[in-house]
Design a protein around this ligand. Structure first.
Ligand SMILES: C[S@@+](CC[C@H](N)C(=O)[O-])C[C@H]1O[C@@H](n2cnc3c(N)ncnc32)[C@H](O)[C@@H]1O
Length: 271
């Protein structure tokens, strides 16, 4: 499979360049890497929810991935009232693309007009057929799924999907994000559980998330692990723990007040 992806760490030739073809609205200031990359192995033994063989974790909740995405990432970032023309969503961990589908579905049902940007970082892309199989459990987004998997099947990493200008940066976020200049309004921090994939919650990476966030921008994540909350606070986010999805007791939301401010942790919403 030919993909644009990151590879300063031994998978092939690195061809980074700043893409100047994008209009200012898209503001996709990140490097593009090109390399041949093996498709990620997915375990389907548990049923309709894919599990990563590499990380030993499911891509989303076994209770209902779409409902989880809506509660954790869309509501957690208050996208119901914030998503608008020119908005920029950032994501760590594209996975099946279900969060993108949930976001587009929200856009379509909320009478927004214009377009928004969706930039996601993915180091271990799954096959489009695995994506398709994962989405089959969510018929309400079947049309969006068909369009997305068509782009992925063609090996595209930048494409227009409905109102979304989608950019998938096929690279390790720890390597790609330091080279980015993004003004993200809302982040979906979705990199497997910190126990299975601690690299996605390292302070250095979360500082890069902060640096690529506009003042007032927000984050949401399904995990409420204490050390992750502390790293988020050290990176400059004011974080709040709130009720989680399904069997998870808590999740975390937060906002960034801008460079030079220090973050903090609260365990309950300020009300
Ligand atoms: C929980 S899944 C994401 C689920 C996804 N958001 C969805 O809607 O299906 C975590 C994703 O993070 C990716 N990932 C893990 N470590 C990474 C890293 N260091 N950089 C970029 N992506 C990474 C995995 O390959 C996986 O696709």
């Amino acid at each position: 499979m030919s993909q644009n992806c990151g590879s300063r760490y031994g998978q092939g030739t690195v061809l980074p360049w700043q893409d100047r073809r994008q209009g200012a609205r898209q503001a996709q200031n990140f490097p593009v890497f090109t390399v041949e990359m093996p498709a990620e192995r997915v375990d389907w033994s548990a049923g309709s929810v894919p599990r990563s063989v590499r990380f030993g974790d499911t891509y989303y909740s076994t209770d209902n991935g779409l409902a989880e995405s809506r509660m954790v990432f869309l509501c957690g970032n208050r996208l119901g009232v914030r998503l608008q023309d020119g908005f920029h969503v950032g994501e760590l961990g594209f996975g099946t693309g279900l969060n993108l589908l949930a976001c587009l579905d929200l856009w379509n049902t909320s009478r927004c007009s214009g377009q928004f940007n969706f930039t996601s970082f993915e180091a271990y892309p799954m096959r489009w057929r695995d994506m398709q199989r994962a989405h089959a459990a969510f018929p309400e987004v079947s049309s969006l799924s068909a369009q997305l998997t068509d782009h992925i099947r063609r090996g595209e990493s930048r494409f227009r999907l409905g109102a979304a200008n989608v950019a998938i940066v096929y690279a390790d976020a720890r390597i790609a994000l330091p080279e980015c200049r993004l003004d993200i309004d809302a982040w979906f921090l979705d990199g497997f559980s910190p126990r299975c994939n601690p690299q996605m919650w390292e302070l250095a990476l979360l500082r890069e998330v902060a640096r690529n966030t506009r003042a007032g921008g927000t984050i949401a994540t399904f995990t409420a692990a204490g050390w992750v909350r502390r790293n988020l606070a050290l990176a400059g986010f004011k974080v709040v723990r709130q009720a989680g999805f399904g069997s998870k007791r808590h999740m975390v939301v937060g906002h960034y007040e801008g460079a030079g401010t220090s973050g903090s942790i609260r365990t309950e919403p300020s009300g």
